[in-house]
Design a protein around this ligand. Structure first.
Ligand code: ADP
Ligand code: MG
Length: 251
């Protein structure tokens, strides 16, 4: 289990995360929704121990880290057991997509088979040996996802990874995320697409939706959360997601 407890984080005098509590369970999908600027990326960076919270606790598979840290305390980010894919996919520009995927795996001799499978799953055969600047943003996005999945992490945090993908590619990603969940991987998925969120949580009651607004979790729940979000604010936000995904019902 990956848990964030009472996470606070400020940049200067701006409080960006205000006592956030969130859980990512093995074999479950947590979906994080919320307006732009509400703190989703900051929360992902904190949970992955890339950018420490000011206060609160992060627990990861039996280890508990309390913030602020003691003066002499050093934390190694738990990569690759906990792997993040950001919207801006940080590929090495001087390596082909294939080498971008293979390089972090150099010590894992058994993973080349996985890489070949991922290249097929994400239909990357035609461009896998090109450099990042020779492919589209969506193709880079798929390479960044394949690189993360090839590491076979126990937990994977995905920050708006579908923004450059078409419907068919998003479908392939959804199917793969559901497969990973069924294999026991814990997933946290940030998305602004209601249809994507619904597909991910639809099939399992243990999956969970969190609504982050202005640095606070304003509501959470299972799939029913979309129909009964509790607060007016969450309702308003969810209906705006509907609007932009084209599922808007005009009444
Ligand atoms: P989201 O991912 O939900 O769009 P972010 O977590 O990126 O939101 O940002 C939340 C708030 O924190 C925004 O107001 C943003 O400007 C601010 N912020 C994020 N990172 C930094 C930073 N490194 N320095 C200063 N402000 C930041
Ligand atoms: Mg963000």
């Amino acid at each position: 289990m990956l848990t964030g407890l009472d996470i606070k984080k400020s940049f200067g005098s701006t409080e960006v995360l205000k006592d956030v509590n969130i859980q990512v369970k093995p074999g479950r999908i947590s979906v994080l929704i919320g307006p732009s600027g509400s703190g989703k990326t900051t929360l992902i960076r904190a949970l992955a121990l890339l950018d420490f919270p000011d206060s609160g606790e992060i627990a990861f598979d039996g280890h508990t880290y309390k913030f602020p840290l003691n003066d002499n305390q050093v934390i190694e980010p738990p990569w690759p057991d906990l792997t993040v894919v950001f919207q801006q996919h940080f590929l090495w520009p001087h390596l082909t997509l294939r080498k971008n995927i293979l390089l972090p795996l150099s010590k894992k001799t058994d993973s080349h088979h996985t890489v070949d499978d991922l290249i097929k799953i994400f239909q990357m055969e035609d461009f896998i040996d090109r450099y990042p600047n020779e492919v589209s943003i969506g193709q880079r996005q798929r390479a960044a996802l394949a690189r993360a999945f090839a590491l076979e992490p126990k937990y994977i945090l995905l920050d708006e990874i579908t923004s450059a993908l078409d419907v068919e590619q998003t479908g392939a990603v959804i199917r793969h995320l559901l497969t990973l969940r069924d294999q026991g991987i814990g997933l946290l998925v940030v998305t602004h697409l209601l249809a994507f969120a619904r597909e991910l949580v639809a099939k399992d009651e243990g999956d969970h939706i969190y609504f982050l607004d202005n640095g606070k979790i304003l509501g959470s729940g299972g799939l029913e959360f979309f129909e009964n979000p509790g607060s007016e604010r969450a309702k308003q936000f969810i209906s705006s997601m509907d609007y932009w995904t084209g599922n808007n019902k005009v009444s």
